[in-house]
Design a protein around this ligand. Sequence first.
Ligand SMILES: [Fe+2]
Length: 265
Amino acid sequence: MSDFKLTRYRIKVSDDLRGPQQPFSAILLSDLHNASYGEGNSVLLQAIRNEKPEAVFVAGDMLVATQEPQMDVALALMDELTKQYPVYYVEGNHEYKVRKYTEVYGGDGNRFFEAIQSFGVHLLKNSCERIDLQKMPITVWGLELPWQCYRRFQKNELTAGQITELLGAPDEERYNILLAHNPVYFEAYAAWGAELTLAGHLHGGVIRLPYFGGVVTPQFRLFPKYDRGIFKRRGKQLVVSAGLGSHSIPIRINNPPELVVLDIS
Ligand SMILES: [Fe+2]
């Protein structure tokens, strides 16, 4: 891959919750699809290091679920990142497929997850971890979406109640960051109580037009609402990465790959 753009979002913590003692940065990675920027992803790694992040959040689809899953680059990147940063990871539909269909993928999904955990990645499988970043109490949640939420031609509903069944209730006195690969369900994530949801999956809408935004998703849906950017609802926020790689529709027009930096204050 040739180049990516660095996109920066300012996340202001509401006065109801304790914010950080000092502003800090965190990285959102999504939809790498095993792409490499420079030898061993050196360009991407340097861009991340330049930000001196307190944490790296991964919103899934780092590999490609082809017959022989492509995951060597994703594995090497996780190995490098965990040497320097805490890394929190939720699966996307590609990891889900490779994990679930062992008859097709021969257990590669489980091998991938075992490997990244052995590097020190915090894999969140309908679970959470409580961390303090610059003295800010944060709960990071990872939502494993049911497979119906990834169907190509039929939209599945997902409610806040179903999320509670999968995760439990959010922490009232902490800042809840939800990693959820598919941004389509932002209303439910906000209603459940995620102050900040981090997602990807839609690749920015593949082709972007002025005024209309993204045209189509890798799932062949037209004009997705939450294609890339920052969105607000009920005082909650969603950041959607356009991703760093591609699959299914291997083009991007007016829609560069991106590395997302969150400046939290
Ligand atoms: Fe995806």
